[in-house]
Design a binder for this molecule. Sequence first.
Ligand SMILES: C[S@@+](CC[C@H](N)C(=O)[O-])C[C@H]1O[C@@H](n2cnc3c(N)ncnc32)[C@H](O)[C@@H]1O
Length: 265
Amino acid sequence: MTVSTFGGPVAEFYARFRRGYPEAVVARLGAALDLNVGSRVLDVGCGTGQLTIPLAARIRAALGVDVEPDMLRFARRAALDAGVGNVSWLLASDAELGAVAALTGEHMFDAATIGQALHWMDAPRLFRTLRRLVRPGGGVAVITNGEPQWLLDTGWSRALRAHLEAWLGQPLTARCGTDRDAQRAYREALANAGFGRIEEIAVEHREAPLFDGLVGSVYSAMSPETIPTGRERETFEARLRAAVGAEPYPEDVRVTLLVGRRGAG
Ligand SMILES: C[S@@+](CC[C@H](N)C(=O)[O-])C[C@H]1O[C@@H](n2cnc3c(N)ncnc32)[C@H](O)[C@@H]1O
């Protein structure tokens, strides 16, 4: 059973501060998966809907699945606020998706997406389940939304990393599925599950958050018990501000789409 680290304040910071996907990314994803206004898409690890909601605007219907109820609560609210009414939200882990196939029948979806979430899941098992859920000719897209903000090759990012490592008392090296080895493993697992027509796409854009945006995004990546509160938060933010220097904090964000398609037969 997956232990979620996205509850409580993390979900709140995620909904408010975690960057979404620019329209160019959603359009490129739609083209790679051959989506149209009749398509049904399953978004696994949908979080607070950063990908699900803009995607839903281009298709017939989406099902957002996440193991963390707090994330789904914010996703649902964001969809209501955006006037998007064609998303259903399901509280389930990747391991429980077989139940969806039992409910809907096989091959009900035209595509499945996993946005910045596969490193929490068992990729080979998930792709095998998705083969039951996605129709022949359909596809699966594994999306990453830039490198962790404390692992970039910029002065402010190095300062952020040093600050976080000192605060948490541990080195921060995990690349959350964005590294070459993880991508290679995903690619192999996609092919082994029958999604063997593979395309790799990158869409780049530039962002420059101010301090509040940066720190909010950092909190959205921490576990609930490590997010400082009260006076501790004041100290955390004062030290961080001194370390990273003047805002803004420019970043070249590279969004990657690893898209595997099934044969049509
Ligand atoms: C980093 S967030 C990504 C959210 C969103 N897809 C995005 O692109 O911003 C990862 C999400 O995966 C969810 N998650 C983690 N393990 C999961 C699992 N085994 N099954 C389903 N969702 C899971 C978490 O609750 C969290 O909402």
